[in-house]
Design a protein around this ligand. Structure first.
Ligand code: ATP
Length: 288
């Protein structure tokens, strides 16, 4: 039996450059993992099958689960005739823009690499992960990175300046596909990705706050008024800046003061059902 943590990610920036001939969008995203985790337990089974268990609603227990696909990929590629029970203790809100499913898949790839003694590098695992979803490569490494291409090309960055991150998810789920479907690439407000990269490299918190930006935010804001209400609420409670993560609907606010983090958290209770105060992890996931 083996336990593997699957951290959530947030987007400090998300830019959409254009739509490619293969149907994917060319993106530029700066992502960082935070200390909100799903716990993945991997248990070997006598029978040659993949079984998914999760007590949370909306988490599929079959091939639709990205964690199932991760195990299946490894079995197919390396002709593994062993079975595995994957138990997912979900903490990361589902369909939230926090890459919960992708992070679970990445954790299964890392975990089964150890359990089945495959000795694959993180680069090899990231390549396999990309066949499952565009965010899985980033989730293999965690930490902070600039992701380009359709999200699978990863350039590692140092840890961002230390701060509190208040995450708030309204009680709606958002489909990434639907948001991209509504995006008009001619009208995008592009974030300044290179300024965010330098803010992180310089350890400049103010510059990081100033350069938060997400090209998908406007689309989701127009679909769901709750997202704007939460943004306004966080700003009036004292967040230094607020942004939607991924395709939403989760919104995060930043502050360096714990008392202000508490105030923002308290101002959202009753207003929003899932609220968390977390830290950026900074460090990448280690190979062992
Ligand atoms: P992203 O930020 O990568 O767009 P997300 O955080 O918005 O992802 P997920 O939580 O990964 O979204 O879930 C999106 C959908 O994927 C869910 O509605 C669910 O049906 C399906 N899904 C597949 N595998 C998982 C998993 N392991 N955990 C949660 N949802 C999963």
């Amino acid at each position: 039996m083996l336990l593997e943590k699957a951290p959530a990610k947030i987007n400090l920036t998300l830019d959409v450059l254009h739509k490619r001939d293969d149907g994917y969008h060319e993106v530029e995203m700066i992502m960082t993992t935070v200390d909100l985790y799903d716990q993945i337990q991997l248990t070997e089974l006598e029978q040659d099958e993949i079984v998914i268990k999760s007590e949370k609603r909306f988490v599929p227990d079959d091939r639709r689960n990205l964690a199932f696909q991760a195990a299946e990929k490894l079995k197919e590629k390396f002709q593994i005739k062993k079975g595995v029970l994957i138990t997912i203790r979900k903490q990361i809100p589902v369909a939230a823009g926090l890459a919960g499913g992708s992070s679970d898949a990445a954790a299964v790839l890392r975990g089964l690499n150890k359990l089945w003694g495959l000795h694959l590098s993180f680069e090899q695992l990231a390549e396999i992960g990309t066949e499952i979803g565009s965010d899985v490569a980033f989730c293999i490494y965690g930490g902070t990175a600039l992701a380009t291409g359709r999200g699978e090309r990863i350039e590692k960055l140092p840890a961002p300046p230390t701060c509190w991150v208040i995450l708030a998810k309204p009680s709606i789920g958002v489909s990434t596909k639907a948001v991209y479907g509504k995006l008009n690439t001619a009208n995008i407000v592009h974030p300044h990705t290179s300024d965010m990269v330098s803010a992180i490299k310089e350890g400049n918190y103010e510059k990081m706050c100033k350069n938060l930006g997400n090209a998908l935010e406007q689309v989701t804001l127009e679909m769901h008024t709750e997202v704007r209400q939460i943004k306004n609420q966080m700003l009036s409670a004292g967040a230094d800046n607020v942004l939607m993560s991924g395709s939403g609907p989760t919104v995060f606010g930043l502050t360096q003061k714990q008392s202000r983090a508490d105030r923002i958290y308290n101002s959202l209770r009753g207003f929003c059902e899932e609220v968390y105060v977390v830290r950026m992890l900074g460090k990448q996931i280690s190979v062992d």
